[in-house]
Design a protein around this ligand. Structure first.
Ligand SMILES: Cc1cc2nc3c(=O)[nH]c(=O)nc-3n(C[C@H](O)[C@H](O)[C@H](O)COP(=O)(O)O)c2cc1C
Length: 193
């Protein structure tokens, strides 16, 4: 069967398309994959995609070191990144491991590359998720804050993946494929949708 998309019956082109979506999403805030869901330890949350490295197979996210997810991060944990774009009818489910960086070269580079508005979030005077009585007390007023102090709370999450599951919905026949990497070699498989 044919479709109007070139990847419909091609595993190679499906992978290329998936990688293209991630590459585009880094600087395209309108892309669904710019703010995918990161699942660590059963708890999902939206995060902003800051970098995609196809060759080294990682995604970069920024986070507050005081948030709950930080306690869940360890080397053995299986994590997922997920997104579905209803316009192109594509779901990506990416499986991998997460590594946390704090106060190292990676965090410094990422911090220096962040905009003032992004830096500001890390200056909230308490941990994300903490129970409070008055939310007004935690609002951020830029003129009263030295944004650079937020670096104390700034963390970088590197999500290294070894599997991408690609699902494309089409009324004449969905297409689902899996790409897994072993020893730097990719195995491409069709799955029943
Ligand atoms: C559009 C959007 C973008 C977000 N971006 C991030 C992000 O880049 N990093 C992050 O840690 N949290 C981000 N959040 C907040 C998280 O979804 C989550 O609420 C927060 O990280 C606390 O999660 P935790 O308590 O499970 O650790 C974003 C939320 C939304 C709605």
């Amino acid at each position: 069967m044919n479709s109007d998309v070139d990847f419909y019956n091609s595993l190679e082109l499906s992978l290329k398309y998936a990688e293209g979506l991630l590459a585009d999403a880094v600087n395209n805030s309108k892309s669904i994959f710019h703010s995918p869901t990161l699942c660590i330890s059963d708890s999902p949350r939206t995060v902003v995609l800051r970098e995609f490295n196809k060759e080294k197979r990682f995604l970069r996210f920024h986070t507050d070191l005081r948030s709950k997810k930080i306690n869940s991060i360890n080397e053995n944990l299986v994590a997922y990144v997920h997104g579905y774009d209803p316009e192109i009818k594509v779901q990506l489910r990416i499986k991998g491991k997460v590594k946390l960086h704090k106060k190292d070269e990676k965090t410094l580079k990422a911090w220096e590359g962040s905009r003032e508005m992004s830096k500001l979030c890390y200056s909230v005077k308490g941990a994300p998720g903490q129970i409070i009585t008055d939310p007004n007390e935690y609002d951020l007023i830029k003129s009263e804050i030295d944004v650079e102090r937020g670096y104390e709370n700034f963390g970088v999450i590197i999500f290294e993946y070894d599997e991408i599951e690609f699902l494309f919905l089409k009324n004449i026949g969905h297409r689902r494929s899996k790409f897994s990497w072993k020893d730097h070699k990719v195995v491409m498989e069709w799955l029943i949708p």
